[in-house]
Design a protein around this ligand. Structure first.
Ligand code: PBG
Length: 333
């Protein structure tokens, strides 16, 4: 006689039984909401390709974080859209830049909220590359070492403003070591580095580039972002970043790379962040708007899958909504 099939069914039979054996929890404690900052006063600019997400001026971002905290989201990731761009991305490391000012305002209003900052030059350079391109070089040929110096400067300016963590997203070689070293030298040894370690050259960043006005004017990012075909390389990148002093390693995008999240988690044992990126968000929003998909169910399933794959931290444009849905489910139990 054998019973295994019936037993399995019995465990799925009722909601309390299912919840008793559930392997993955989705809770608001793991969620990070990205925020796009822009200059000005009282600005809330919708982003066409990302329904529900807006570019916010500083005072609006403070109001937004009040709402996020009330919903249970305790971490944000800041991106800045500067008022002017140049070849060296100068506003990225300007003490009075939009991110630096927002960090001060947010930490003052919400000291309990974790404020992370994206460290990259692509929103700040006139050509839209993630670093400096020397005169006469090909458009996608970023000067690695010079860029790393400017990134470290940017990270330090964020730490000086009070950021709780810095997140370099540029994919230059050696940037984690340099940023760690310079943060330590400047007295910011307690500021952790959330490294975008396995950042793929992905088509799913399209809507973000509209939001941040950061599409490369010429060339692409395949010279420094990863080939979607590679997974061993992602593990190597994560191990390298950890050796250089990263505290958290990130895989980005998330859903097309769940295998990579799992491998990075298993092979490093480090805290892993999964970034459910703009395109992943927009796909669900568009299908839901057309009435083709249940937005809430599809979003929750996606986020649970990223957690199940091994991500500790979930960076997602759904953070605020997801926190609300999670609270609703808790209340219904
Ligand atoms: C900056 C950066 C990008 C994203 C995060 N940091 C854009 C890019 O590399 O083109 C994408 C995030 C998203 O799509 O949600 N380098």
């Amino acid at each position: 006689m054998s019973y295994p099939v019936t037993r399995l069914r019995r465990l799925r039979r009722t909601k309390p039984l299912r919840e008793l054996v559930r392997e993955t929890e989705l809770s608001a404690a793991h969620l990070v909401q990205p925020i796009f900052l822009t200059a000005g006063e009282g600005v809330r600019e919708p982003i066409e390709a990302m329904p529900g997400i807006e570019r916010l001026s500083i005072s609006e971002s403070v109001a937004e974080v009040t709402e996020l905290a009330a919903a249970g989201v305790r971490a944000v990731l800041l991106f800045g859209i500067p008022s002017s761009k140049d070849e060296y991305g100068t506003e990225a490391y300007d003490e009075e830049g939009v991110v630096q000012m927002a960090v001060r305002a947010l930490k003052e209003a919400h000291p309990e909220v974790v404020v992370m900052t994206d460290v990259c030059l692509c929103e700040y350079t006139s050509h839209g590359q993630c670093g400096v391109v020397r005169d006469g070089a090909d458009p996608g040929d970023v000067d690695n070492d010079l860029t790393v110096e400017l990134l470290a400067k940017t990270a330090i300016s964020h730490a000086e403003a009070g950021a709780d963590a810095v997140a370099p997203s540029d994919m230059m070689d050696g940037r984690v070591a340099t940023i760690r070293h310079q943060l330590d030298e400047e007295g910011h040894s307690r500021v952790p580095i959330v490294a975008y370690s396995a950042k793929y050259a992905s088509a799913f960043y399209g809507p973000f580039r509209e939001a941040a006005d950061s599409a490369p004017q010429a060339g692409d990012r395949r010279g420094y972002q990863m080939d979607p075909a590679n997974a061993d390389e992602a593990v190597r990148e994560a191990l390298l970043d950890l050796e250089e002093g990263a505290d958290v390693v990130m895989v980005k995008p998330a859903l097309p790379y769940l295998d990579v999240i799992r491998r990075v988690k298993d092979e490093t044992g480090a805290p892993v962040a999964g970034y459910h990126v703009s395109g992943e968000y927009s796909i669900l929003k568009a299908a839901a708007a057309a009435g083709w998909i249940d937005e809430r169910a599809a979003a929750m399933e996606s986020l649970t899958a990223i957690r199940r794959a091994g991500a500790d931290i979930l960076i997602t444009y759904f953070a605020k909504d997801a926190a609300g849905w999670i609270a609703e489910e808790e209340a219904r139990r």
